[in-house]
Ligand binder design. Structure first.
Ligand code: PEP
Length: 250
């Protein structure tokens, strides 16, 4: 059976002291783990602290990004090997903010995916349409192309390491949420797309998270949809009580 997951993307928030406080609160809130996986993705500066602080807690840690090269002259960048050396085995790739502000396109992301796979990492792969795509009714084509360009060349065996995160860009950090029905419609489309390209077993096993203004008030209704396997949470993951409520809504 596929995994339920709630992952918190802290983005460029929380210095070390704030990270320590939030992790301490989360460990208390998740003393009894919900029926699924809880992941937090702090800034890279605090990954090592987080990785050590969460040992034995059941909460997992993810990086928000990594470079596609194994090592080399890439000032300011972080490699898969560096992440693994501090106990970080999960990486978020393709977040819409990386695509929009740092020029990450499908070709670059395909390279990052390959490097993460080679390093035995789990990938939370983000994608989703812009508002204009939805308005012009091209959102299914846009999403299909994002999947095709970055993931369609994968070996079937690689899918064990992939978690998908559908995040309509118009719903990220805007307070605008896709309705549970819109989320379900797209998640079902994504699963069918994977089934048609790969096979039914892979499509059934892959977890597909929804991301975009998920809050304690709407999480349960969204997560109840049959093809929604949890969420990738931005703003609401910065507060322990909100994130715990969302985690417990899985
Ligand atoms: C995100 O950035 O992945 C996200 C879903 O943000 P928010 O929950 O704040 O919309």
């Amino acid at each position: 059976m596929r995994k339920k997951i709630v992952a918190g993307n802290w983005k460029m928030n929380k210095n070390l002291t704030e990270t320590k406080n939030l992790l301490a609160d989360l460990k208390v809130k998740f003393e009894h783990m919900p029926n699924g996986e809880i992941i937090v993705a702090p800034t890279s500066v605090n990954l090592q602290y987080t990785s050590e602080a969460l040992k034995g807690s059941g909460i997992k840690v993810a990086a928000q990004n990594m470079h596609q090269a194994e090592s080399g002259a890439f000032t300011g960048e972080i490699s898969a090997d560096m992440l693994k050396s501090i106990g970080v085995n999960i990486v978020i790739l393709g977040h819409s903010e990386r695509r929009a502000y740092f020029g990450e396109n499908d070709t670059l992301l395909a390279g990052k995916v390959q490097t993460a796979l080679k390093n035995d990492m789990t990938i939370i792969f983000c994608f989703g349409e812009e508002l204009e795509d939805r308005k012009s009714d091209t959102h299914f084509t846009v999403v299909e192309n994002q999947l095709k360009n970055a993931l369609f060349t994968l070996e079937a065996s690689a899918w064990k390491q992939i978690v998908l995160a559908y995040e309509p860009v118009w719903a990220i950090g805007t307070g605008e949420t896709a309705s549970p029905e819109q989320a379900q419609e797209m998640h079902a489309f994504i699963r069918t797309t994977i089934k048609n390209k790969f096979n039914a077993a892979i499509a059934e096993e892959v977890s597909i998270l929804y991301g975009g203004s998920v809050k304690p008030a709407n999480a349960q209704e969204i997560f109840a949809k049959p093809d929604v396997d949890g969420g990738l949470i931005g703003g609401a993951s910065l507060d322990a009580a909100s994130f715990a409520a969302i985690g417990n809504a899985m």
